[in-house]
Design a protein around this ligand. Structure first.
Ligand code: HPA
Length: 247
C-alpha cells in the first residue's frame, strides 16, 4: 500500500479522492496529526495523511512523527511519498523547482526520533547511509519525466528545527556543509520510516530562496503563491507515480 504524506500546501487529494475509511488518530505514541484517510484516488488505492493536520495547525517541531509513521505502518503502508515545501540554497534550486533529494543533514533538536528507545527495546542502529529509497525515487523521476515535469534528481535536504526561518549565516553554513535545500519536516520522518522498514522518498517543492541568498527578506506571500502554483505540478507527478506503483 502506498501513502502520500502531504506537507505545506497539500492538505487533501481533492475531489478525485474517494474516501473508504478514516482511521483513528490514536497510537501507542500519541495522536497522529490528522485522521489517516484510506481510499481511492483516481481509482488507485492509497492512504493520505496531511502532516500539519487539518487547517495547518501543527508546526514542524510539534508534529508527532512517531505516531504518524506508526499509524501508516499499522495501516499496511509499505511505501511513502512525502511531499515537502523547501527553501532553495544551491543555484539549481530556484523557486518552483521540483526535486528528489538523495541525502539529509539533520540540524533539528528535541524531536522524538526513534522507536528504539524504550526500556525493553534492544539497542538498534539502523543503516541510514542512503536515507531515501532509490527504487521509489526512480519511479517518481520517471513519472515526472512522463508528465513533462523536470525534476532535480539529487540534493541534500538540510533539516532545520523551525518554526522560524533560518538566518543568512545559518544558510551559509548549510551551503558549506553541502545542503542544497532547507526544510523543517524531513526528519525524523525519513528515519522513522526506515526503522519501520517502509520505503520512503521525498518529493520537494522549492517555494522560496533560502535566507540571505537574495538580498531581501523572505515573503510569506511569495511562499504561498509558489506553493499554490507548484502543488498542481506536484499532484500531477504524484498521480503518475502512484499509477506506476500499483500497475
Ligand atoms: N527554510 C526552512 N523551511 C522551509 C523554507 C525555508 O526557507 N521554505 C519552505 N520551508
Amino acid at each position: 500500500m502506498l501513502a502520500i504524506i502531504g506537507g505545506s500546501g497539500l492538505y487533501s487529494l481533492g475531489e478525485d479522492f474517494e474516501l473508504q475509511e478514516q482511521l483513528s488518530r490514536e497510537t501507542p505514541y500519541g495522536d497522529t496529526s490528522a485522521d489517516i484517510l484510506q481510499g481511492r484516488w483516481h481509482g488507485i488505492e492509497l492512504v493520505f495523511l496531511p502532516r500539519h493536520g487539518p487547517g495547518h495547525k501543527v508546526p514542524p517541531h510539534r508534529i508527532n512523527y512517531r505516531a504518524n509513521l506508526w499509524a501508516l505502518g499499522h495501516a499496511g503502508v509499505t511505501r511513502i511519498i512525502a511531499v515537502n515545501a523547501v527553501g532553495g540554497i544551491s543555484a539549481d534550486m530556484p523557486p518552483l523547482t521540483l526535486a528528489l533529494p538523495d541525502q539529509i543533514i539533520d540540524y533539528s533538536s528535541g524531536r522524538e526520533q526513534t522507536y528504539f528507545d524504550g526500556d525493553d527495546a534492544p539497542v538498534t542502529h539502523i543503516d541510514f547511509s542512503w536515507p531515501y529509497s532509490a527504487k521509489l525515487r526512480a519511479i517518481i523521476l520517471e513519472a515526472g519525466l512522463q508528465q513533462g515535469q523536470s525534476l532535480v534528481d539529487s540534493g541534500t535536504y538540510g533539516n532545520s528545527n523551525g518554526p522560524r526561518l533560518e538566518t543568512a549565516a545559518e544558510i551559509a553554513r548549510m551551503r558549506r556543509d553541502g545542503c542544497t535545500m532547507v526544510g523543517m519536516t524531513g526528519m525524523p520522518e525519513a528515519a522513522l520510516a526506515r526503522e519501520l522498514d517502509i520505503e520512503y522518498a521525498c518529493l520537494a517543492l522549492v517555494v522560496n530562496w533560502a535566507a540571505g541568498i537574495e538580498n531581501r527578506t523572505i515573503s510569506m506571500q511569495d511562499i504561498i503563491a509558489n506553493m499554490e502554483q507548484g502543488m498542481l505540478r506536484i499532484t500531477a507527478v504524484l498521480l503518475a507515480a502512484a499509477r506506476k506503483i500499483v500497475q
